[in-house]
Write a protein that binds this ligand. Structure first.
Ligand code: MV4
Length: 452
């Protein structure tokens, strides 16, 4: 096992990783930007190094600065958390070349899964279901039309360098397809520095279901079942839960087997997530693979009792996976609400500022992963996640009632947060019934507009 690592991140995930390290007797080095000098991750780590000015490009994305901090403090490994450098294959390579272990998969795996079209092609060859669509980059409009006519409208244009919905366009006819092709290419170029796009059959109102996998360096791969992440707004997830209310044991088994098969096919080592779309008929399709720890990993921890970060640290340091698929017990139901410094009354606009009054919920079966404290100032420089509220019940109904109770206890003032939005979702009948898709939030907000 490592004896000392650096955490190249901030906020709640930096704390989460520090906690896992403490339990494994690993010393920790935090890095921080000037504006984060009083941040909780700086206080909780054994040592801390300032790596630059507040803009992320100068600090949390500043590779020379982070590598220097790692060299000075003589760490054996770097944990990138999520966001920032977590899926940067170049950074993973630089770590390797400096004899610092990057806690994640190989640079090759990161690069392969970052190319959404290559990922799709590899998974298709491995026997996973993928949506019908192009197998190569779309160069000319004739090619776009040919594929659209083959798979049938509606279709969706996606960026090869992809992610986060950028460069995505849904098209219902030839005219729209041709105009969207140009704008999607321009947006892909602007967002990713790569104009390549491809086309897929569009799945209407799907559920977003993802499988957590753990793969060690010795070819052992297990999955920790699924999370339903359909409750999102503009590709930002707001609520996640496990198990998915729409899966029966047969479909769950099939999808889990496919997730494992996919990870094995690309020779994946480390923790990862395979994302699927599930349509209304119960057919599922591989969408993408995330090569990092995810924000919503705690819901899986609550239903399995497995500490995913500790398992990641163990396999990254070269230990063999000690858990077998048959040994994992899944218990009850877990739900997570993301508490962001955003105003749900004003299109979820970020609301940075000072927290003057704070009360975290407590009591049975409640977990809060957060870096905030009384008198902490939320800076406008980074993402607006303040806290993750995760609860565990014996079944979904109980988990929902615990969540409602915990949201009522949660006080963050005077800044605006997503807490009132979550209370509204919990009152919604379709949500209570587990009947929702990725369009749920959009529809809910539209209904509200009509009422007002
Ligand atoms: C899709 C889709 C429907 N059909 N692909 C959204 C982000 C990117 N990762 C892929 N996404 C989608 N791909 C096909 N063929 C619908 C979405 C999608 C979505 C997926 C998961 C969660 C939320 C979403 C919201 C809108 C669209």
């Amino acid at each position: 096992m490592f004896s000392k690592i650096l955490i190249a991140n901030r906020g709640e995930i930096a704390l989460r990783i520090i906690r896992a390290c403490k339990e494994l007797n690993i010393r920790t080095v935090a890095v921080y930007s000037e504006i984060d000098k009083d941040a909780m991750h700086v206080r909780m780590a054994d040592a801390a190094v300032c790596i630059g000015t507040p803009p992320a490009a100068n600090s949390y994305l500043n590779i020379p600065s982070i590598i220097s901090a790692a060299e000075i403090t003589d760490v054996e490994a770097i944990h990138p958390g999520y966001g920032f450098l977590a899926e940067n294959a170049h950074f993973a390579e630089i770590c390797e070349s400096c004899q610092i272990k990057f806690i994640g998969p190989t640079p090759e795996s990161i690069r392969l899964m970052g190319d959404k079209m290559a990922a799709r092609e590899n998974m298709r060859k491995a026997g996973l279901p993928v949506t019908p669509g192009s197998t190569t980059v779309i160069k000319a409009k004739e090619e776009a039309l040919r594929i659209a006519h083959r798979v049938g409208y509606p279709v969706i244009i996606k960026a090869a360098a992809g992610g986060g919905g950028k460069g995505m366009r849904i098209c219902h006819n030839d005219v729209r397809l041709i105009s969207a092709l140009m704008t999607a290419q321009a947006e892909a170029e602007a967002s990713f520095g790569n104009p390549d796009v491809y086309i897929e059959k569009y799945i209407d109102e799907p559920r977003h279901i993802e499988f957590q996998i753990i793969a060690d360096n010795y070819g052992r791969v297990i999955h920790l079942r699924e999370r339903d992440c359909s409750i999102q707004r503009r590709h930002q997830k707001l609520i996640e839960e496990s198990p998915c209310p729409a899966l029966d044991s047969k479909l769950r088994k099939k999808m889990g087997e496919m997730a494992i098969r996919g990870a094995k096919a690309v020779n994946y080592h480390n923790i990862g997530t395979i994302e699927f779309l599930l349509d209304k008929k119960g057919d599922f399709y591989f969408m993408e693979m995330n090569t990092r720890v995810q924000v919503e990993h705690p819901v899986t921890e609550l239903v399995t009792g497995i500490d995913i970060i500790k398992e990641q640290l163990k396999i990254s340091s070269g230990e063999k996976l000690s858990i077998q698929q048959e040994d994992i017990e899944f218990k009850g139901h877990a739900i997570e609400c993301r508490i962001n410094a955003e105003d749900p009354q004003n299109q979820f606009a970020p609301c940075p500022g000072k927290i003057e009054s704070l009360n975290f919920p407590g009591g049975p079966n409640v977990r809060v992963d957060s870096h905030i404290y009384q008198n902490y100032t939320v800076s406008p420089y980074y993402d607006s996640l303040l806290a993750k509220l995760i609860v565990h019940g014996r079944n979904r109904k109980e988990a929902l009632s615990i969540m409602r109770r915990a949201l009522d206890e949660f006080v963050i003032e005077p800044i605006k947060t997503t807490i009132p939005f979550h209370k509204q979702v919990l009152e919604n009948q379709a949500f209570k019934d587990g009947k929702f898709s990725t369009h749920f939030v959009e529809n809910l907000l539209k209904e509200k507009e009509v009422e007002e």
